[in-house]
Design a binder for this molecule. Structure first.
Ligand code: DWN
Length: 394
């Protein structure tokens, strides 16, 4: 049974950056639910994939050093640990992972044309398609069974998870391994990062919910790693149940016990989360209003999908955050969805004009604070709402 626990209000589509601000932009109700039976947390409104993952999708995985490093490290691990002829990546984005391999070792699947073109042009075989059973059949016919399938920050974006895993199961060899990674629900609740919820994040996974889901497909998690990326993610190593060659590691039990100890399987946990989110909104608004009252100027650092949830839920307008800056070409000179706040091109000197920088990309706090060390030292202050709204002084 799906039980409602939080309303994040009327939200625009997160990655729909427009050239001019439109008050009457399409909005949907962002409402969150907990399934008491399978323990899955999801949003209720499902936007058709074609409306979200367009031919001009603005998010590129390679835009941060942190993510480039994380994918490089993973590529070394995969080469060392697993035997495979080819790796298939579902949601290969701009190739942050696959470009670490030889061209004949990888196959990308990427529904956004502009991103698929980036890797195709570099000579990496990329199917500009959505992941589904039809594609799995086509791939099996062409390439045979696959020994290693990888997918990061993608499966939580697909509404029909049963079709996702049925298709993977069909293509994966019996001795094959599936690796998926996505933000951890436990970390999200602990850090009060309600901005992990927006139209693209249909689900937020816990290991417990993934375990339940996989059991319907005769798949099981045999190892789990905690990652620091995207505010705390989990990397799940998955195999077919009948494959007894790979031993189940203690990490799986440990993670599930940790989640249960926290109460990830209890509705009450989500009601408390909901109260904390409301408190966070009040406190962030109070902080921004005080800053404004004292005549100071705030810029948003990183026009993330997450920031779209924050500014729309908290009703933050350009009087509180004058602009955002971002390095992504597709976002520059456009507006934060739902708000009259323009995104400016990141330039070295741009922060000099501001007193505070609100971390839209709080998940890259370490990278950003390090990059901006000079101006931070000179007096720029950072603001974050994670885990609680606060000012970060040098
Ligand atoms: O799942 C998803 C995640 C992985 O990526 C997608 N649905 C959409 C997207 O979400 P996001 O926009 O919240 O992701 P990020 O990775 O937090 O976005 C970082 C943004 O900040 C990018 O637009 C790049 C920008 N940035 C910057 O301008 N300067 C980032 C860094 C580190 C910087 O120094």
């Amino acid at each position: 049974m799906n039980k409602f626990f939080l309303n994040l209000g009327k939200q625009p589509l997160a990655n729909n950056y427009l050239k001019s601000f439109k008050q009457n932009q399409i909005r949907y109700n962002l409402r969150l639910f907990f399934n008491t039976r399978n323990k899955m947390v999801s949003i209720s409104k499902r936007i058709p994939s074609e409306k979200m993952f367009t031919n001009n999708y603005p998010y590129r995985s390679s835009m941060s050093k942190t993510m480039r490093n994380s994918f490089y490290k993973l590529s070394l691990e995969l080469k060392k640990k697993f035997i495979f002829k080819k790796i298939l990546e579902i949601g290969s984005n701009d190739g942050a992972l696959i470009t670490n391999f030889k061209k004949n070792e990888v196959i990308g699947v990427e529904p956004c044309k502009n991103l698929a073109q980036i890797t195709s042009k570099k000579g990496y075989l990329t199917y500009n398609k959505y992941w589904n059973y039809e594609l799995a059949k086509k791939l099996k016919k062409k390439h045979g069974e696959i020994d290693l399938i990888y997918s990061a920050n993608t499966l939580t974006h697909i509404s029909n998870l049963n079709d996702v895993f049925k298709s993977i199961n069909y293509l994966l060899s019996d001795k094959g391994v599936l690796i998926i990674e996505d933000p951890s629900l436990l970390e999200c609740i602990k850090k009060n990062s309600y901005d992990q919820f927006y139209n693209e994040h249909i689900y937020l996974f816990s290991a417990l919910a993934v375990k339940n889901l996989l059991s319907n497909h005769k798949l099981e998690i045999f190892d789990i790693k905690n990652l620091s990326t995207h505010g705390g993610s989990l990397r799940y190593y998955i195999k077919k149940k009948k494959n007894k060659n790979l031993k189940n590691k203690i990490s799986v039990k440990k993670q599930i016990n940790k989640e249960k100890k926290f109460g990830i399987h209890k509705y009450k946990t989500y009601k408390i989360f909901s109260q904390n989110v409301k408190k966070s909104k009040d406190s962030l608004l109070k902080m921004l209003r005080n800053i404004k009252k004292n005549g100071n100027k705030v810029i948003g650092y990183g026009a993330t999908a997450k920031a779209v949830t924050v500014v729309n839920y908290c009703n933050i307008n350009k009087n509180l955050i004058s602009n955002f800056i971002d390095t992504t070409p597709e976002k520059i000179n456009k507006y934060i969805p739902g708000k009259n706040i323009k995104i400016l091109k990141y330039k070295n000197n741009i922060l000099k004009k501001y007193d505070y920088a609100f971390l839209g990309a709080w998940n890259f706090k370490k990278e950003i604070l390090n990059k901006e060390k000079k101006i931070f030292k000179k007096g720029l202050k950072f603001l974050t709402h994670i885990p609680k709204p606060k000012i970060i002084y040098y």
